[in-house]
Ligand binder design. Structure first.
Ligand code: UDX
Length: 434
């Protein structure tokens, strides 16, 4: 089939490669000239294991190409995938859907009546209906619009796109269903379950999935708060409750909490949308999920103060800036927030991360960064492990003991072996442990 992919950020770049890998002819549309130039050279523009290589291969195959706007090639597409961002709005909890409206405004003049427009971005429930009406008005005919949320995780984006746990499609016509079944045929044939539903259900599925994942993490972090004051161990607690199949052991790692470009903004957008619909109470608990999550960051600052007293003049080394390992994404990163809170409290903060420092320097030039780990450790009064990169998990405390000024480490991700660190003379505080 012929497809266009509009907006080539994390979602769109990955989706365009996945579609090309399935054998479709794909034209990706990206308005940002710098980003477009990188994509045309085979660089996705962000760190995602395996993606650049796959991108280069697909470009070479001739099935995939990128351009700045619509033309005859994109107009011929059977399906136009909308993959633009829906970030949190400035000054409110709601999602900003304006990029979707820009995308359909650009698309309308070339849209053909039998082409299907498929939204993949995460949106407030009800958006697809509004977009259908707007697009029909702009195009001058009844536009075919469907919704098909994407559940990919950063770090495993391409394999998540090619082998998802399920495909969800929200459709308002047989034509849209038929075209989506055709485009995903190789995945459906390999056994990926497909759920065909209406537009609002498909939109809400994505918000609900992310809200549930956030709920699991904040639940275990709430238990961690109790464990810390009662002498219990939240890690063992998670293992014990996780054996119950109804609970499951995934997404129950306590620590400094969740971040990234999706979970935080998506739970806030769901709260805002429910409020708009007059059913805010249905998801009022999400406010507490967000609060628990943000409290974990403050907890680290409290622990630093407890150990070091006044933070002013103390060197605090934050290990990690990305919101999770194998990513250079610092959006809403707990690690970065902890660094900023420590800076605000007067500490002399230094941030290390294997790959995400460019993003830190750009977004927060007020934070000092160091790319060499051993140099970063020099004279530290305290270390905070905030992102569980492999090189931190494998750090040998014996080798660094004489570099730091004070042997004190907070394990914000529960990944260090306490006995080994204690044997090297460190005081180690693991979150979630009494
Ligand atoms: C998430 C969803 O998993 C994905 O399905 C959706 O499409 C986009 O949002 P992603 O943002 O890549 O994906 O990150 P994810 O792997 O879900 O982790 C989110 C955050 O939760 C990270 O900061 C991670 O460190 C944290 N986390 C995860 C925990 O604190 N504890 C856990 O047990 C699991």
């Amino acid at each position: 089939m012929k497809v266009s992919v509009i907006g080539l950020g994390y979602l769109g770049a990955t989706h365009s490669v996945a579609m090309s890998k399935l054998g479709h002819r794909v034209v990706g549309i990206e308005q940002n000239p710098a980003k477009l130039a990188e994509l045309q050279k085979g660089n996705a523009g962000f760190f995602e294991p395996g993606l650049d290589q796959a991108l280069a291969e697909e470009l070479k195959s001739g099935r995939l190409s990128f351009q700045s706007g619509h033309d005859q090639t994109s107009a011929d597409a059977d399906i136009h995938f909308l993959c633009v961002g829906t970030p949190q709005s400035q000054g409110s909890l709601a999602a900003d859907t304006s990029y979707l409206y820009s995308a359909i405004t650009d698309l309308a003049p070339v849209l053909k009546p039998d082409s299907v427009v498929v939204g993949k971005s995460t949106v407030p429930v009800g958006t697809a209906k509004l977009l259908t009406d707007k697009l029909s008005e702009l195009a001058g005919f009844s536009a075919q619009l469907a919704w098909n949320p994407e559940f990919l995780r950063e770090g495993t984006a391409l394999s998540d796109s090619l082998r998802p746990d399920r495909i969800v499609i929200g459709v308002a016509s047989d034509l849209a269903e038929a075209k989506l079944r055709e485009v995903y045929e190789p995945m459906i044939a390999s056994g990926v379950p497909i759920i065909v539903t209406d537009l609002p259900t498909s939109e809400l599925v994505k918000s609900a999935a992310n809200a549930f994942l956030a709920t699991k993490i904040s639940f275990i972090n709430a238990m961690a708060e109790i464990a810390e004051v009662s002498g219990a161990d939240a890690n063992q607690l998670a293992t014990a409750i996780g054996y119950d199949e109804r609970i499951g052991n995934k997404f129950l790692r306590n620590g400094v909490g969740f971040g990234g470009g999706c979970l935080p903004k998506d739970i806030r957008a769901l709260m805002a949308r429910a409020e708009e619909l007059g059913v805010g109470q249905a998801v009022a608990y999400l406010k507490e999920i967000d609060n628990i999550n943000l409290r974990r960051r403050v907890r680290v600052i409290d622990l630093l103060k407890k150990e070091l007293g006044e933070l002013s003049g103390k060197k605090v080394l934050v290990l990690g800036a990305a919101f999770k390992p194998d990513s250079d994404d610092v959006r809403d990163s707990p690690a970065l927030d902890i660094a900023l809170l420590a800076l605000e409290a007067g500490a002399n903060v230094l941030v290390h991360d294997p790959i995400a420092l460019a993003g830190v320097n750009k977004k927060h030039p007020e934070l000092a960064t160091e790319k060499d780990l051993l140099t970063a450790l020099n004279n530290a009064d305290a270390i905070v492990l905030a992102t569980e990169w492999k090189e931190y998990r494998e750090l040998d405390p014996m080798l660094i003991a004489d570099k730091v000024k004070r042997k004190f480490i907070i394990d914000g991700r529960n990944v260090l072996n306490r006995e080994i660190w204690q044997a090297a003379g460190f005081e180690i505080v693991s979150l979630g442990k009494g």
